[in-house]
Every structure is written in C-alpha cells, then in structure tokens.
Design a protein around this ligand. Structure first.
Ligand code: HEM
Length: 174
C-alpha cells in the first residue's frame, strides 16, 4: 500500500485520538521503530493490516468504525491537500463516485508499484448504484467509509450498504 494512505491514517489517529494512541498501535503491531514514510513509499500490505487491527484494539473500535473514521478523514480533510482538483471537477457525490475508477488509475499512474483498487458501476435503478470493488486487499469496509465521507462532503444524504465483499449499494437522494 502506498505511504500516502498510512500518512493519512497516522494524521487521523494523531489529531482525533492523540499521538500516544498511534505509538501504542505501532508497538502492538510489532513495529519498534517507525520508519520514515513518504507518500510514494511502499508499505507491505500485511504490515498495514497489522496496524489497522492494532488500532481497533487500542482505540476500542470495530474494524468498520476505524474504516469509517479513515473514510471521513481522507475525504473531508487529508486528500484536499494533494488532490483538490478531483473535487473541484465534480458538483455532486454521484459525479465524484463515478469518476473514482479513473481517479485511482490517474492518481497512481506515476507511482511505481501501485495497485489501486478498481471499480465497476452497475445501475440498479435511476437512484441506485452498485459499485463493484476490484482489489485483492479485502478493504471493502474502507470503501464504504470513504463513500460515506463523500456523502458528507457533498452534503447529500446517501444510503450506503455493503452487499457482500465485492459490492456496495448507494442510494442517491435525487
Ligand atoms: C480524491 C479522492 C481519492 C484519491 C486521490 C484516492 C487515491 C488512492 C490511492 C493513491 C490509494 C493507494 C493505492 C495503492 O496503494 O496502490 C487508494 C487506496 C484506496 N482507495 Fe482511494 N482515493 C480517493 C478516494 C477514494 C474513494 C471515494 C473511495 C471509495 C469509493 C476509495 C477507495 C479506496 C480503497 C478501498 C483503497 C484501499 C486499497 C485497496 O482496497 O486496494 N478512494 N486511493
């Protein structure tokens, strides 16, 4: 996983829960000395998962609660520092989510070793979109948290439901 995701997680935990909790989680995950991380760095997926699971324990939150906290922080705070242009191009949550497949390809194009998640889109009816998650990482709960964050950013009351480990249903209010 790219360092940018870990850096965003670290900032979310530090700001919302305190630096001590981040340090505690790293210790629990068996990381004695935190390495220097850059947005482009490659962090072993297994280590990322260990840190996320340790965060659940340290913060006393479920995996989905950590995923929701990350999604909210990434969409409403962190990503604006680097990726504001993607938000400026879209006026609604629907437009933004429909661009997510190409945004993941574009934003990782110049990053060596990136394996961005891919998304496929299926309309159930004119208000109901099913987003298919294509990734070997099994982080669909993060996808759900991120989509909820998009609803908050565009001030739209989205109904977001995980259907299974590969599909999320989104009902738009319009
Ligand atoms: C401006 C907005 C966004 C940008 C620039 C962005 C970019 C990225 C980047 C660079 C990664 C790391 C990829 C890698 O390590 O190979 C990533 C991971 C991820 N992104 Fe986004 N992202 C954005 C918003 C979203 C949204 C709204 C969703 C939900 C639909 C989403 C879903 C995910 C998931 C689930 C991962 C974890 C990796 C995986 O599951 O394979 N992202 N994103």
């Amino acid at each position: 996983m790219k360092g940018v995701i870990v850096l965003a997680t670290k900032e979310m935990v530090t700001k919302n829960f305190g630096e001590g909790k981040w340090k505690e989680a790293l210790q629990k995950a068996g990381i004695d000395k935190e390495p220097m991380i850059l947005p482009m760095s490659d962090i072993d997926d297994q280590i990322v998962m260990k840190v996320i699971n340790a965060l659940c324990e340290v913060l006393n939150l479920s995996f989905t609660q950590v995923a929701d906290a990350f999604g909210d922080y990434w969409v409403n705070e962190y990503s604006h520092k680097i990726y504001q242009v993607y938000y400026d191009r879209c006026k609604t949550a629907k437009e933004f989510l429909l661009k997510m497949d190409s945004v993941h390809v574009a934003s990782t194009k110049t990053m060596a070793n990136a394996h961005p998640p891919r998304f496929e889109y299926e309309w159930k009816d004119d208000k109901t979109l099913i987003m298919h998650y294509k990734s070997s990482r099994g982080l669909i709960d993060f996808m759900v948290g991120l989509i909820k964050g998009v609803g908050k950013y565009y001030k739209e009351d989205l109904k977001v439901t995980k259907l299974d480990n590969e599909r999320v249903e989104i009902v738009f209010p319009y």
